[in-house]
Design a protein around this ligand. Sequence first.
Ligand SMILES: Cc1cc2nc3c(=O)[nH]c(=O)nc-3n(C[C@H](O)[C@H](O)[C@H](O)COP(=O)(O)OP(=O)(O)OC[C@H]3O[C@@H](n4cnc5c(N)ncnc54)[C@H](O)[C@@H]3O)c2cc1C
Length: 433
Amino acid sequence: MEKEESENYTLAEAIKEAQRCLHCKVPGCKKGCPISNDIPDWIAELSKANFGNAMSIINAKSNLPAVCSRVCGHERQCEGSCVLAKKGEAIRIGKLEKFVSDFDSEAGWRHEAIPEKSRGRVAVIGSGPAGLTIAGDLSRQGFAVEIFEMEAEAGGVLKYGIPEYRLPKEVVRREINKIERLGVTFHLSTTAGKDFTVDDLFAQGFDAIFMGTGTGVPKRLDIPGIDHPGVRQAIRFLRRVGLYESGSMSRDEVMVAEGDKVAVIGCGNTAIDAARTALRMGASEVSIIYHRDIDKMAALRAEYDEAVREGVKFLWNSSVTNIVGGEGQRLKSVTVTSEDNSFEMPLDRLILAVGSVPASRIVSTTKGIEVDAKGYVLTRDYPYGMTTRKGVFAGGDVTNHPATVVHAMHDAKLVAEGIAKYIDAVKLMQSIQ
Ligand SMILES: Cc1cc2nc3c(=O)[nH]c(=O)nc-3n(C[C@H](O)[C@H](O)[C@H](O)COP(=O)(O)OP(=O)(O)OC[C@H]3O[C@@H](n4cnc5c(N)ncnc54)[C@H](O)[C@@H]3O)c2cc1C
């Protein structure tokens, strides 16, 4: 099993770093955080070594602090908005949040009692950051929440996408256990649209249903040779590596072998994860081919820097225009074309990381849920997150706007408010009829 690579503070270092916080009257860090985490408040508690208080303040806004501390783009959000960032001395908020949440779970403290579930029943389809946020927020507010997840383990992309070296699965499990302790029930290996439908859930007495089903269908490119088995999708490759690392898949089922030459098309987080993971699987050369310039890449700068440091090569303003298959599962080469150049690159494997769109399993088996031309579920602002089908809500990546963990969480927090208002209103109407 691969170890996490980012380091953690010692207790003394964490307190020292927390003591640097200026406690600004109008904290930029809080504004920079999509879920408005009360950062200066918990940092103040941490600076006095009140770890439990610090954790309680974080828990009030975030269901996944140990995850966010590891995968959020702090440089673009809280740390980038810290007043000390101008001098290049921003408080290391992500690292402090990691310290507090790890310290707390190692200590095994319990901060929350299980709330009474008397306000209504909510079914959540999908257990990624959006589904987990809905479950945590609504169960704290007295709703009985059940999660339906098609994979064998909960977590969505946190479990089956982001690699172990950036986000250990043990950390994800810890966060999910906290949500389970709030009284949330998980039904795993059960697929909406196949094993049951949205109508079945209503028939079982759920008052509202939330779709947090993400974007599980990878996009493909129309390049000659694209159907050769040497071309694979990044999200499928990362999933396989994850299964191999957890002992559920053999090494030869992971598509990159020792010494392979690998190229990845795309330059978002998924592309960089695929490239760095290919190196860890023993690839001898890994290149990222991107049709735009470095300032247009979606990946975080810190992730890019790490990839460069590890030896990933970047070809900017370049596209793959032809794929030549070799024997069996291997390729022979690809043609790489830029504005003023075209050359043959010898290659064993080509990995596509050019985005993904929602699957249609639920909307094709349920009447009344409208989607846009790309398959993203349409929702309204009041009650926030309700689809065109009454009582069915959606949020996170499946509705398109967010494309990061914390944006999916932010969206889901608003939908949780929408669901609570909707159920309360329906029950009030029923009580006066
Ligand atoms: C490789 C990779 C790396 C990334 N790195 C980062 C990063 O570093 N930082 C960051 O902020 N963001 C990152 N992202 C983006 C981030 O992970 C997503 O924005 C986020 O996970 C979206 O959350 P979600 O809950 O909407 O969907 P998902 O996490 O996709 O979860 C959807 C869940 O729904 C389940 N599901 C789908 N259909 C059904 C069905 N019919 N029945 C039952 N269950 C179903 C799926 O199995 C899944 O568990 C990364 C994404 C990828 C792919």
